[in-house]
Ligand binder design. Structure first.
Ligand code: SAH
Length: 342
Protein backbone atom coordinates (compact mmCIF):
# COMPACT_ATOMS: atom_id res chain seq x y z
CA UNK A 1 0.00 0.00 0.00
CA UNK A 2 1.48 3.29 -1.04
CA UNK A 3 0.99 6.28 1.19
CA UNK A 4 -0.76 9.18 -0.43
CA UNK A 5 1.36 11.80 1.21
CA UNK A 6 2.90 12.46 -2.17
CA UNK A 7 -0.44 13.26 -3.75
CA UNK A 8 -1.33 15.54 -0.88
CA UNK A 9 1.97 17.45 -1.28
CA UNK A 10 1.57 17.74 -5.00
CA UNK A 11 -1.91 19.10 -4.51
CA UNK A 12 -0.78 21.64 -1.97
CA UNK A 13 1.99 22.91 -4.22
CA UNK A 14 -0.38 23.40 -7.09
CA UNK A 15 -3.19 25.00 -5.19
CA UNK A 16 -2.06 28.59 -5.71
CA UNK A 17 -2.43 28.45 -9.46
CA UNK A 18 -5.68 26.59 -9.57
CA UNK A 19 -9.16 27.84 -10.18
CA UNK A 20 -11.76 27.57 -7.41
CA UNK A 21 -13.19 24.41 -8.91
CA UNK A 22 -9.84 22.78 -9.16
CA UNK A 23 -9.04 23.66 -5.59
CA UNK A 24 -12.29 22.05 -4.59
CA UNK A 25 -11.46 19.02 -6.57
CA UNK A 26 -8.14 18.70 -4.88
CA UNK A 27 -9.65 19.18 -1.46
CA UNK A 28 -11.99 16.32 -2.24
CA UNK A 29 -9.06 14.17 -3.11
CA UNK A 30 -6.48 15.04 -0.55
CA UNK A 31 -8.89 14.17 2.19
CA UNK A 32 -8.64 10.62 0.96
CA UNK A 33 -5.14 9.38 1.52
CA UNK A 34 -6.69 5.96 1.54
CA UNK A 35 -6.38 4.74 -1.99
CA UNK A 36 -3.40 3.19 -3.58
CA UNK A 37 -1.28 5.44 -5.70
CA UNK A 38 -2.55 4.08 -8.97
CA UNK A 39 -6.10 4.96 -7.96
CA UNK A 40 -5.06 8.27 -6.53
CA UNK A 41 -3.17 9.31 -9.60
CA UNK A 42 -6.22 8.41 -11.60
CA UNK A 43 -8.22 10.76 -9.46
CA UNK A 44 -5.94 13.77 -9.54
CA UNK A 45 -6.66 15.11 -12.96
CA UNK A 46 -5.62 18.63 -11.99
CA UNK A 47 -2.13 17.42 -11.24
CA UNK A 48 -0.36 14.41 -12.60
CA UNK A 49 -2.98 12.18 -14.11
CA UNK A 50 -1.74 9.57 -16.48
CA UNK A 51 -3.82 8.48 -19.39
CA UNK A 52 -2.55 4.99 -18.69
CA UNK A 53 -4.22 4.88 -15.26
CA UNK A 54 -7.48 6.08 -16.76
CA UNK A 55 -7.33 3.49 -19.49
CA UNK A 56 -6.58 0.69 -17.03
CA UNK A 57 -9.54 1.62 -14.84
CA UNK A 58 -11.93 1.91 -17.79
CA UNK A 59 -10.74 -1.37 -19.25
CA UNK A 60 -11.21 -3.08 -15.88
CA UNK A 61 -14.75 -1.68 -15.49
CA UNK A 62 -15.71 -2.69 -19.03
CA UNK A 63 -14.36 -6.22 -18.60
CA UNK A 64 -15.93 -6.59 -15.16
CA UNK A 65 -19.39 -5.75 -16.50
CA UNK A 66 -18.89 -7.65 -19.76
CA UNK A 67 -18.18 -10.71 -17.67
CA UNK A 68 -20.69 -10.36 -14.85
CA UNK A 69 -23.81 -8.71 -16.34
CA UNK A 70 -25.29 -11.94 -17.73
CA UNK A 71 -25.08 -13.69 -14.37
CA UNK A 72 -26.60 -10.70 -12.62
CA UNK A 73 -29.46 -10.56 -15.10
CA UNK A 74 -30.17 -14.31 -14.75
CA UNK A 75 -30.49 -14.05 -11.01
CA UNK A 76 -31.61 -10.46 -10.35
CA UNK A 77 -33.05 -9.19 -13.61
CA UNK A 78 -32.49 -6.00 -15.56
CA UNK A 79 -31.78 -3.56 -12.71
CA UNK A 80 -28.22 -3.54 -11.44
CA UNK A 81 -28.74 -1.35 -8.38
CA UNK A 82 -29.84 -1.49 -4.76
CA UNK A 83 -33.47 -1.83 -3.76
CA UNK A 84 -35.22 0.73 -1.56
CA UNK A 85 -36.81 -0.76 1.58
CA UNK A 86 -38.61 0.61 4.60
CA UNK A 87 -36.04 0.59 7.42
CA UNK A 88 -36.46 -2.50 9.61
CA UNK A 89 -38.92 -4.22 7.24
CA UNK A 90 -38.84 -8.01 7.01
CA UNK A 91 -38.19 -8.70 3.35
CA UNK A 92 -39.17 -11.69 1.27
CA UNK A 93 -36.86 -12.69 -1.56
CA UNK A 94 -39.63 -11.83 -4.05
CA UNK A 95 -39.67 -8.24 -2.74
CA UNK A 96 -36.26 -7.43 -4.08
CA UNK A 97 -37.15 -6.66 -7.67
CA UNK A 98 -40.00 -4.40 -6.64
CA UNK A 99 -37.59 -2.73 -4.21
CA UNK A 100 -35.35 -1.87 -7.18
CA UNK A 101 -38.28 -0.20 -8.94
CA UNK A 102 -39.07 1.59 -5.67
CA UNK A 103 -35.50 2.93 -5.71
CA UNK A 104 -36.17 4.54 -9.09
CA UNK A 105 -39.54 5.92 -8.01
CA UNK A 106 -38.25 7.26 -4.68
CA UNK A 107 -35.40 8.98 -6.49
CA UNK A 108 -37.79 10.70 -8.89
CA UNK A 109 -40.00 11.81 -5.98
CA UNK A 110 -37.01 13.07 -3.99
CA UNK A 111 -35.89 15.15 -6.96
CA UNK A 112 -39.47 16.39 -7.62
CA UNK A 113 -39.37 15.35 -11.26
CA UNK A 114 -42.64 16.69 -12.71
CA UNK A 115 -45.35 14.21 -13.72
CA UNK A 116 -47.42 16.90 -15.42
CA UNK A 117 -47.68 15.97 -19.14
CA UNK A 118 -46.51 19.44 -20.15
CA UNK A 119 -43.52 19.50 -17.81
CA UNK A 120 -42.43 15.85 -17.61
CA UNK A 121 -39.00 15.06 -19.10
CA UNK A 122 -38.99 14.44 -22.84
CA UNK A 123 -35.35 13.64 -23.24
CA UNK A 124 -33.35 11.60 -20.72
CA UNK A 125 -29.78 10.39 -20.41
CA UNK A 126 -28.89 7.33 -18.32
CA UNK A 127 -25.22 7.74 -17.44
CA UNK A 128 -23.71 4.36 -16.59
CA UNK A 129 -26.80 2.51 -17.80
CA UNK A 130 -25.92 -1.13 -17.11
CA UNK A 131 -28.24 -3.23 -19.26
CA UNK A 132 -30.66 -0.33 -19.47
CA UNK A 133 -33.24 -1.16 -16.79
CA UNK A 134 -33.65 2.47 -15.68
CA UNK A 135 -33.54 3.85 -19.23
CA UNK A 136 -36.40 1.64 -20.38
CA UNK A 137 -38.40 2.24 -17.21
CA UNK A 138 -38.03 6.02 -17.45
CA UNK A 139 -38.74 6.06 -21.17
CA UNK A 140 -41.98 4.15 -20.61
CA UNK A 141 -43.00 6.21 -17.59
CA UNK A 142 -42.51 9.59 -19.26
CA UNK A 143 -42.97 8.51 -22.90
CA UNK A 144 -39.56 10.06 -23.36
CA UNK A 145 -36.55 9.45 -25.55
CA UNK A 146 -33.68 8.01 -23.55
CA UNK A 147 -30.00 7.55 -24.36
CA UNK A 148 -27.93 5.20 -22.20
CA UNK A 149 -24.16 5.02 -22.02
CA UNK A 150 -21.95 2.34 -20.50
CA UNK A 151 -18.32 1.29 -20.80
CA UNK A 152 -19.31 -2.32 -21.41
CA UNK A 153 -20.01 -3.39 -25.02
CA UNK A 154 -21.82 -6.50 -23.74
CA UNK A 155 -24.16 -4.32 -21.67
CA UNK A 156 -24.86 -1.88 -24.51
CA UNK A 157 -25.76 -4.73 -26.85
CA UNK A 158 -27.94 -6.49 -24.29
CA UNK A 159 -29.66 -3.21 -23.35
CA UNK A 160 -30.52 -2.60 -26.99
CA UNK A 161 -31.81 -6.17 -27.45
CA UNK A 162 -34.06 -5.81 -24.39
CA UNK A 163 -35.34 -2.47 -25.72
CA UNK A 164 -36.25 -4.13 -29.02
CA UNK A 165 -37.92 -7.04 -27.21
CA UNK A 166 -39.95 -4.58 -25.11
CA UNK A 167 -41.03 -2.51 -28.13
CA UNK A 168 -38.91 0.46 -27.17
CA UNK A 169 -36.32 0.41 -29.93
CA UNK A 170 -37.48 3.71 -31.41
CA UNK A 171 -37.39 5.47 -28.02
CA UNK A 172 -34.24 4.27 -26.31
CA UNK A 173 -30.71 3.79 -27.55
CA UNK A 174 -27.53 2.59 -25.95
CA UNK A 175 -23.90 3.05 -26.78
CA UNK A 176 -20.46 2.50 -25.39
CA UNK A 177 -19.22 5.89 -24.24
CA UNK A 178 -17.38 7.53 -21.37
CA UNK A 179 -19.43 9.48 -18.83
CA UNK A 180 -16.47 11.82 -18.46
CA UNK A 181 -16.57 12.70 -22.14
CA UNK A 182 -20.15 12.21 -23.22
CA UNK A 183 -21.00 12.04 -26.93
CA UNK A 184 -23.90 14.51 -26.57
CA UNK A 185 -24.29 18.21 -27.29
CA UNK A 186 -24.70 20.76 -24.50
CA UNK A 187 -28.18 21.12 -23.02
CA UNK A 188 -29.75 18.05 -24.66
CA UNK A 189 -31.57 16.37 -21.75
CA UNK A 190 -34.40 17.35 -19.33
CA UNK A 191 -33.48 14.55 -16.94
CA UNK A 192 -29.91 13.48 -16.26
CA UNK A 193 -29.84 10.15 -14.43
CA UNK A 194 -26.90 8.41 -12.83
CA UNK A 195 -27.89 5.37 -10.80
CA UNK A 196 -24.90 3.82 -9.03
CA UNK A 197 -22.29 4.74 -11.61
CA UNK A 198 -20.68 7.75 -9.89
CA UNK A 199 -18.59 5.51 -7.65
CA UNK A 200 -16.71 4.32 -10.74
CA UNK A 201 -15.72 7.84 -11.84
CA UNK A 202 -12.07 8.71 -11.21
CA UNK A 203 -12.66 12.45 -11.59
CA UNK A 204 -15.75 13.57 -9.71
CA UNK A 205 -15.56 17.17 -10.92
CA UNK A 206 -15.39 16.10 -14.55
CA UNK A 207 -18.24 13.68 -13.87
CA UNK A 208 -20.62 16.29 -12.45
CA UNK A 209 -19.46 18.87 -15.01
CA UNK A 210 -20.47 16.52 -17.82
CA UNK A 211 -23.82 15.82 -16.15
CA UNK A 212 -24.38 19.58 -15.95
CA UNK A 213 -23.16 20.22 -19.51
CA UNK A 214 -25.60 17.80 -21.16
CA UNK A 215 -28.49 19.02 -18.96
CA UNK A 216 -30.93 21.47 -20.58
CA UNK A 217 -31.72 24.70 -18.72
CA UNK A 218 -34.11 23.76 -15.90
CA UNK A 219 -33.25 20.04 -16.17
CA UNK A 220 -33.11 17.81 -13.12
CA UNK A 221 -29.89 15.94 -12.32
CA UNK A 222 -30.12 12.83 -10.13
CA UNK A 223 -27.04 11.11 -8.75
CA UNK A 224 -27.56 8.00 -6.63
CA UNK A 225 -24.19 6.74 -5.52
CA UNK A 226 -21.93 5.15 -2.95
CA UNK A 227 -20.06 7.67 -0.82
CA UNK A 228 -17.83 7.47 2.19
CA UNK A 229 -19.13 9.17 5.32
CA UNK A 230 -18.70 12.91 5.67
CA UNK A 231 -15.57 13.79 7.59
CA UNK A 232 -15.92 15.46 10.97
CA UNK A 233 -14.67 19.06 11.21
CA UNK A 234 -11.53 17.92 13.04
CA UNK A 235 -10.74 15.06 10.64
CA UNK A 236 -8.40 15.17 7.66
CA UNK A 237 -9.13 11.66 6.44
CA UNK A 238 -10.97 8.46 7.24
CA UNK A 239 -9.61 6.16 9.92
CA UNK A 240 -7.10 3.48 8.80
CA UNK A 241 -9.52 0.61 9.41
CA UNK A 242 -12.16 2.42 7.35
CA UNK A 243 -9.66 2.99 4.55
CA UNK A 244 -8.78 -0.69 4.54
CA UNK A 245 -12.40 -1.69 3.93
CA UNK A 246 -12.81 0.79 1.07
CA UNK A 247 -9.50 -0.23 -0.49
CA UNK A 248 -10.56 -3.86 -0.71
CA UNK A 249 -13.93 -2.90 -2.18
CA UNK A 250 -12.17 -0.72 -4.75
CA UNK A 251 -10.11 -3.71 -5.86
CA UNK A 252 -13.12 -6.01 -6.14
CA UNK A 253 -15.45 -3.60 -7.93
CA UNK A 254 -13.07 -1.46 -10.02
CA UNK A 255 -13.61 1.75 -8.12
CA UNK A 256 -11.27 4.72 -7.86
CA UNK A 257 -11.05 6.98 -4.78
CA UNK A 258 -14.35 7.56 -3.00
CA UNK A 259 -15.67 10.93 -1.89
CA UNK A 260 -18.31 12.00 0.60
CA UNK A 261 -21.79 13.38 0.04
CA UNK A 262 -20.56 16.75 1.31
CA UNK A 263 -17.85 16.67 -1.36
CA UNK A 264 -20.47 16.14 -4.08
CA UNK A 265 -22.50 19.03 -2.74
CA UNK A 266 -19.46 21.31 -2.87
CA UNK A 267 -18.77 20.30 -6.44
CA UNK A 268 -22.37 20.96 -7.49
CA UNK A 269 -22.30 24.33 -5.73
CA UNK A 270 -19.09 25.20 -7.53
CA UNK A 271 -20.94 24.68 -10.82
CA UNK A 272 -23.71 27.04 -9.71
CA UNK A 273 -26.36 24.31 -9.84
CA UNK A 274 -29.60 25.07 -7.98
CA UNK A 275 -31.89 23.33 -5.48
CA UNK A 276 -29.13 21.00 -4.35
CA UNK A 277 -30.50 18.33 -2.02
CA UNK A 278 -29.03 15.16 -0.57
CA UNK A 279 -30.16 12.32 1.65
CA UNK A 280 -28.57 9.32 3.27
CA UNK A 281 -30.53 6.23 2.27
CA UNK A 282 -28.14 3.74 3.86
CA UNK A 283 -30.86 2.39 6.18
CA UNK A 284 -33.21 2.00 3.23
CA UNK A 285 -30.83 -0.30 1.36
CA UNK A 286 -29.75 -2.46 4.31
CA UNK A 287 -31.52 -5.69 3.19
CA UNK A 288 -29.89 -5.60 -0.25
CA UNK A 289 -26.40 -7.09 0.21
CA UNK A 290 -27.53 -9.91 2.51
CA UNK A 291 -30.01 -10.86 -0.22
CA UNK A 292 -27.36 -10.68 -2.97
CA UNK A 293 -25.02 -12.86 -0.93
CA UNK A 294 -27.84 -15.34 -0.26
CA UNK A 295 -28.60 -15.55 -3.97
CA UNK A 296 -24.89 -15.99 -4.77
CA UNK A 297 -24.77 -18.92 -2.36
CA UNK A 298 -27.79 -20.62 -3.98
CA UNK A 299 -27.17 -23.51 -6.36
CA UNK A 300 -27.89 -21.30 -9.37
CA UNK A 301 -25.68 -18.54 -7.97
CA UNK A 302 -22.75 -20.78 -7.16
CA UNK A 303 -22.75 -22.65 -10.47
CA UNK A 304 -23.07 -19.37 -12.39
CA UNK A 305 -20.21 -17.85 -10.42
CA UNK A 306 -17.98 -20.85 -11.04
CA UNK A 307 -18.66 -20.63 -14.76
CA UNK A 308 -17.92 -16.91 -14.81
CA UNK A 309 -14.49 -15.38 -14.73
CA UNK A 310 -12.09 -14.24 -12.05
CA UNK A 311 -13.29 -10.63 -12.08
CA UNK A 312 -16.83 -11.70 -11.18
CA UNK A 313 -15.64 -14.06 -8.45
CA UNK A 314 -13.38 -11.35 -7.01
CA UNK A 315 -16.37 -8.97 -6.98
CA UNK A 316 -18.47 -11.58 -5.16
CA UNK A 317 -15.75 -12.05 -2.55
CA UNK A 318 -15.87 -8.41 -1.47
CA UNK A 319 -19.67 -8.33 -1.08
CA UNK A 320 -19.54 -8.99 2.69
CA UNK A 321 -17.35 -5.89 3.00
CA UNK A 322 -20.22 -3.78 1.71
CA UNK A 323 -22.29 -4.98 4.67
CA UNK A 324 -19.40 -4.29 7.03
CA UNK A 325 -18.84 -0.84 5.52
CA UNK A 326 -22.51 0.11 5.98
CA UNK A 327 -22.60 -1.32 9.50
CA UNK A 328 -19.46 0.60 10.49
CA UNK A 329 -20.92 3.75 8.98
CA UNK A 330 -18.06 4.35 6.56
CA UNK A 331 -20.18 3.60 3.47
CA UNK A 332 -23.17 5.79 2.78
CA UNK A 333 -25.79 5.24 0.13
CA UNK A 334 -26.52 8.76 -1.05
CA UNK A 335 -28.91 10.51 -3.32
CA UNK A 336 -27.85 13.95 -4.48
CA UNK A 337 -30.09 15.97 -6.77
CA UNK A 338 -30.07 19.44 -8.27
CA UNK A 339 -31.38 21.54 -11.11
CA UNK A 340 -29.59 23.40 -13.87
CA UNK A 341 -30.54 27.08 -13.79
CA UNK A 342 -33.04 28.20 -16.49
N1 SAH B 1 -27.28 2.26 -13.65
C1 SAH B 1 -27.35 0.87 -13.97
C2 SAH B 1 -26.04 0.12 -13.83
C3 SAH B 1 -25.21 0.35 -12.58
S1 SAH B 1 -23.67 -0.58 -12.68
C4 SAH B 1 -28.47 0.23 -13.19
O1 SAH B 1 -28.91 0.82 -12.21
O2 SAH B 1 -28.92 -0.86 -13.54
C5 SAH B 1 -22.49 0.69 -13.09
C6 SAH B 1 -22.53 1.13 -14.55
O3 SAH B 1 -21.68 2.26 -14.69
C7 SAH B 1 -22.03 0.09 -15.57
O4 SAH B 1 -22.91 0.06 -16.65
C8 SAH B 1 -20.69 0.69 -16.05
O5 SAH B 1 -20.34 0.37 -17.39
C9 SAH B 1 -21.01 2.17 -15.92
N2 SAH B 1 -19.81 3.02 -15.91
C10 SAH B 1 -18.80 3.03 -15.02
N3 SAH B 1 -17.88 3.97 -15.37
C11 SAH B 1 -18.35 4.56 -16.50
C12 SAH B 1 -17.86 5.58 -17.34
N4 SAH B 1 -16.70 6.20 -17.11
N5 SAH B 1 -18.59 5.92 -18.42
C13 SAH B 1 -19.78 5.30 -18.70
N6 SAH B 1 -20.28 4.32 -17.93
C14 SAH B 1 -19.57 3.95 -16.85
Amino acid sequence: MTSLHCSACASTLLTTSLTRQRRLLISVRTRQPVQRLRRTRGAIRATAVTAEDDMKLKKGIAEFYDESSGIWENIWGEHMHHGFYEPGAVVEISDHRSAQIRMIEQSLVFASVPEDPLKKPKSIVDVGCGIGGSARYLSRKYEAECCGITLSPVQAERAQALAAAQGLASKVSFQVADALNQPFPDGKFNLVWSMESGEHMPDKLKFVSELARVAAPGATIIIVTWCHRDLLPNEKSLRPEEKRILDKICDGFYLPAWCSTADYIKLLESLSLKDIKAADWSDNVAPFWPAVIKSALSWNGLTSLLQSGWKTIRGALVMPLMIEGFQKGVIKFSIITCRKPE
